[in-house]
Structures are given as structure tokens and as C-alpha cells.
Design a protein around this ligand. Structure first.
Ligand code: MN3
Length: 198
């Protein structure tokens, strides 16, 4: 299977002022695009892997040939994580349902404490990586991953992820990662996040 860059369902400038058009353009076309190119290159000539979905590849990294395992982990993870990221963002985001709100309150005490724990995880990720709200069995957890490591590789179901690589925010926010995280809440389409629950 050749992986291809998914199209955005909104214009490059649609998420302004939270995420500027130039950041979106470089992030989607160059960064995400490069992960896909590198992933496809790694899989070229591996006939036995041609039918594997991105989920299958990331869930079974230990079964991949050793010479491409790390490349798939980095670039397959990059493709998978960014696909989730573009989908959960919207210029016209829908609100959290009362059911999901109750679920977050039961897990984290309140929406405010959920947001502050998520922000903390995103701020404390040293260097490049992601912070996540994930589902593990019946419970919700906040975690962070380094580089492009994807929670699915650890058997976790991603509900919401924030990219805290500098390429995700530096043009607009420079070193102010905290401001980027605070603004991120304005563009989350909660119906997409809730739809990921299993
Ligand atoms: Mn990124």
C-alpha cells in the first residue's frame, strides 16, 4: 500500500489566529508529506507488508524487519499522529457532549483539572513529542510520547493529541509553548474526539 497525504477539510488559514496559515502549510505539506515519503520508501520492496494498514504497522513494530523498524516507528508514527491531529481540529468546532464532559470529570475531577493536567504533560515533554488524552480499557489517561511515537503502539486508543514539536507553533508563538497549548482548546472538534471512543 502506498500511503498518501490526507487532504485537510478546511483552508490553510481557517484555524487562524490559533494556528497561522504558513505554519499549517509547512506542517501539512512538508513535515507530514516527508513522513509519508520516508514511510513509502521504507516499505518499497517489502512485498509481505504491502497490505498492512498504518495501524497494523504501528501495533506490531516488533514484527517488522529490523532494518526498517525504526524508520516505520518514526515516519509511520508521524503519518498516523498528524492524520489524527488534522481531523480533530476545526474552525467551527462542536462542543463537548454532556456525556463526554461527565466522563472527563469522573476521570480528572473537573474539566479545568483535565485541561491543566493535559497542559502540564504537553509543557513537560522535553524536546519534541506529543501529549495525549488516551483510552486504556475503560479509563481515560493523559500521557505524553517522545518524537513521533504513537500511543497505539502501546495498545492505547488516542482520543486527543497535541503536537508540541516546535514546527507546530514556532512561527507564531516562538518559545511560548504554553500560549499555543492554551489557544489549542479553541479549535478542538469534540465530536471527533468523542467519536474515537471504543
Ligand atoms: Mn508535527
Amino acid at each position: 500500500m502506498k500511503f498518501t497525504l490526507p487532504e485537510l477539510k478546511y483552508a490553510l488559514n481557517a484555524l487562524e489566529p490559533t494556528i497561522d496559515a504558513k505554519t499549517m502549510e509547512i506542517h501539512h505539506q512538508k513535515h507530514h508529506g516527508t513522513y509519508i515519503t520516508n514511510l513509502n520508501n521504507a516499505l518499497e520492496g517489502k512485498a509481505e507488508l504491502q497490505d498492512w494498514s498504518i495501524e497494523s504497522l504501528l501495533k506490531q513494530l516488533d514484527q517488522l524487519p529490523e532494518d526498517i523498524r525504526q524508520v516505520v516507528r518514526n515516519n509511520g508514527g508521524g503519518h498516523y499522529n498528524h492524520t489524527l491531529f488534522w481531523e480533530e481540529l476545526s474552525p467551527n468546532p462542536s462542543e463537548m457532549s454532556p456525556e463526554f464532559k461527565a466522563k472527563l470529570e469522573a476521570s480528572f475531577g473537573s474539566i479545568e483539572s483535565f485541561k491543566s493536567m493535559f497542559k502540564d504533560a504537553a509543557l513537560k515533554r522535553f524536546g519534541s513529542g506529543w501529549a495525549w488524552l488516551v483510552q486504556s480499557g475503560n479509563s481515560l489517561k493523559i500521557i505524553s510520547t517522545a518524537n513521533q511515537d504513537a500511543p497505539i503502539s502501546d495498545g492505547l486508543n488516542e482520543l486527543l493529541g497535541i503536537d508540541v514539536w516546535e514546527h507546530a507553533y514556532y512561527l507564531n508563538y516562538q518559545n511560548r509553548r504554553a500560549d499555543y497549548i492554551d489557544a489549542f482548546w479553541n479549535i478542538i472538534d469534540w465530536s471527533v474526539v468523542e467519536g474515537r471512543l471504543k
